[in-house]
Design a protein around this ligand. Structure first.
Ligand code: DQA
Length: 141
């Protein structure tokens, strides 16, 4: 089984970006944990991050050809991007939306997600474990 872990804008700055909100792990540290968990569960995990909406759309389209599922943190695009929602909706593989922070405990504009309704499910607020739980769920698909 192959799973794509897809990170959206600003997540490349994890570790130094508002650590009180997003934790102190860097993106590489999170990715390594997920690759290790994947090995334990028998999944090949590929991790990708982009700050660009179009590149995230391309990655979702491409995942259709090789992945059995996607764990997706769309970052700030969660709250604004019709194009990313359409991309998730267009591919036939399950996508789970994840967030490190609890978006519902934060500013009101973060309470709206254009992505959630087209995802298999959503996990928010558990730090890097949001990704880990989503990965486990996809493995049980
Ligand atoms: C985030 C939450 C978003 O509101 C924010 O714009 C991010 C990160 C999270 O993982 O908690 O960039 O997706």
């Amino acid at each position: 089984m192959k799973i794509l872990i897809l990170h959206g804008p600003n997540l490349n700055l994890l570790g130094t970006r508002e650590p009180e909100v997003y934790g102190s792990l860097t993106l590489d540290e999170i990715n390594n944990k997920l690759i290790e968990l994947g090995k334990e569960l028998g999944a090949e995990v590929k991790c990708l991050q982009s700050n660009h909406e179009g590149a995230l759309i391309d990655a979702l389209h491409d995942a259709r050809t090789w992945a059995s599922g996607v764990v997706f943190n769309p970052g700030g695009y969660t709250h604004t991007s019709v194009a990313l929602r359409d991309a998730v909706s267009a591919i036939q593989i399950p996508v789970i939306e994840v967030h490190l922070s609890n978006v519902y405990a934060r500013e009101e504009f973060r309470h709206t997600s254009l992505i959630s309704a087209v995802c298999k499910g959503k996990i928010t607020g558990l730090g890097w474990k949001s990704y880990a739980l989503a990965l486990r769920a996809l493995m049980e698909e």
